[in-house]
Write a protein that binds this ligand. Structure first.
Ligand code: TYM
Length: 333
């Protein structure tokens, strides 16, 4: 069966190894399967839920497109576009926000994390952000949504919103509840400095993450400084229990080398962390450097990147404007 794939990435700069292994690597595989119809969105409306410098935002939108293309997404096969270019996303988000319930949004853990202690000062957009995400997905009748583990709760909300809309307006199966595509393993890459925190662009220390634009020396240095523990490398999965940093680094190795955690443990059993780190750096440099160099090359050709977005916006608009028209009719406008 042909899959309709939709996913989004925020253009907030510093796309990192977590974004790559949790999401973009998967986008590339889905793009490469001719049976799929893929749409990848640069979610600039989501980005402004926290304060952005307009010049930086513009630069980061192009950098996100460059990252998609440099990672292997073919703009001639998949639609790549920016969310603000298709008005149906904002319109859909408003209508769906009248369907979604406060109680549902109050459960969203990402809002609690992002808003921090001072919730009163968070933007309303940050709070209702998962509703916009639901509109993104539902406008395209997406059947599958590839994301990292941190977006699971938002996808469950999207399914609830779709179901309530269909019930409220008595339109069975009109909005299609999508299936999440979350990898079983390695769907949550952790900080290099603290194995209990997600690798994230908002963490202050740059040493906590490998950016997709890092150069060879930065990658080697970050892995050298990555937190480990005083024990030798584990001999089996059992010995890895509770050792969050070792688990994360071995997970990164396994994911990048397309192998299993078990076989990666076996490969380094009984060795020192420093031997393992050398091998991990080598693998990272081999995988990330070509992407990093290609991003830098693509960024020099802004008109090419802009033309990808223009073309993508046109194609996305064709699909989304039809769906929003029907949504408006159903609602009674
Ligand atoms: P964003 O921009 O925070 O992240 C983009 C993708 O990267 C994944 N990710 C990770 N995966 C594993 N380990 C990590 N440390 C890690 N950090 C980030 C995220 O799970 C995501 O898949 N709300 C979304 C963007 C969005 C979207 C959508 C996604 C907007 N509309 C519609 C799917 C469908 C977000 O902020 O992702």
């Amino acid at each position: 069966m042909s899959k309709k794939i939709f996913s989004g990435v925020q253009p907030t700069g510093n796309l990192h190894l977590g974004n790559y292994l949790g999401a973009i690597k998967n986008f590339v595989e889905l793009n490469n399967n001719d049976a799929n119809q893929c749409i990848f969105c640069v979610v600039d409306l989501h980005a402004i839920t926290v304060k952005q410098d307009p010049k930086e935002l513009k630069k980061n939108i192009r950098e996100t497109v460059a990252t998609f293309v440099a990672s292997g997404i073919d703009p001639n096969k998949s639609i790549i576009f920016n969310q603000s270019g298709v008005a149906a996303h904002s319109e859909g988000a408003w209508i769906l926000s009248c369907v979604a319930r406060m109680g549902w949004l109050n459960r969203m853990t990402q809002f609690k994390e992002k808003a921090g202690k001072d919730k009163e000062k968070a933007s309303i957009g940050l709070y209702s952000y998962p509703v916009l995400m639901a509109a993104d997905i539902l406008l395209y009748d997406a059947t599958h949504v590839p994301v990292g583990d941190d977006q699971k709760q938002h996808l469950e909300l999207c399914r609830d919103i779709a179901q309530k809309f269909n019930n409220d307006f008595d339109v069975e199966d009109f909005l299609k509840a999508p299936e999440p595509l979350i990898q079983k393993e390695f769907s949550r890459i952790m900080s290099l400095k603290d194995g209990s925190n997600k690798m994230s662009k908002s963490e202050l220390s740059d040493l906590s993450r490998i950016n997709l634009t890092d150069d060879k020396d930065q990658i080697i240095n970050k892995i050298k400084k990555a937190k480990t523990d005083p024990l030798p490398m584990p001999k089996d999965i059992k010995e890895l229990e509770g050792r969050l940093e070792a688990q994360n680094l071995l997970g990164i190795f396994a994911s990048l080398s397309n192998s299993t955690l078990e076989s990666s443990i076996e490969k380094f059993a009984g060795k020192n962390f420093s031997d393992f780190k050398q091998e991990l750096s080598k693998l990272l440099v081999n995988k990330i450097m070509p992407i990093s160099e290609e991003i830098k090359k693509l960024l020099k050709d802004q008109s090419y990147l802009d033309s990808i977005l223009l073309d993508g916006v046109e194609k996305a608009n064709k699909i989304a404007s039809k769906k929003i028209k029907k949504i408006k009719e159903i609602v009674g406008f």
